[in-house]
Write a protein that binds this ligand. Sequence first.
Ligand code: SAH
Length: 213
Amino acid sequence: MSDRDRMIQTIEAETRKTGLTSLNPAVLDAMRRVDRSAFVPDDAKPEAWANQPQSIGHRQTISQPFVVALMTDLVDVRPGDRVLEVGTGSGYQAAVLAALGAQVFSIEVIPALAETARRALDAQGHRSVATRVGDGALGWPEEAPFDAIVVTAAAPAVPPALIEQLRPGGRMAIPIGYPGRSQSLILVEKGMDGRVESQTILPVMFVPLTQPI
Ligand code: SAH
């Protein structure tokens, strides 16, 4: 079995273990198509397809494939959707969202990571991903509203600017909690009437959302 197929199988097994309903096949297909090894540093390439987080330098990590799949599934991305990602990191999550046909806007606070991610995204031909350096907690007002928002760093609370920039009917996946402590993956849904509802999905562990230095 190929590394890719094994990764998909592990994601499916992990989904069953957590008692979640099954993931959208389109999400699994996107994860099979995106070359994860193109987004990890050289020393991590042999392990690129394992279901574990990988260090990408600057004390940051790319999430394990199961968590990427789950967050992507939760926000229910359709082709043509405008999706904001906070925390570009390696560019992998952005690539998966783009593989689903989304127009992706991704913000990274560490310039060196943003640059490496940009190069990897270009090398993989992901032209539908726009990137920029900045504080993702402020969102990307010029490109708002977004059909979906994926935040890949943990905050103590949902940044108000992100709620504002979510379109009515839109969905946001965000880890809430403090660094090094237990955090919860939260799904935020904005109703057509603008009302916001949240539900807790799963305990997770993410690096913190930080202020630009
Ligand atoms: N989605 C990434 C994983 C990101 S790890 C991937 O697929 O590889 C979390 C990232 O969030 C780190 O790169 C970190 O530098 C970034 N980050 C932390 N605080 C941020 C902020 N305020 N704005 C934008 N990015 C931030």
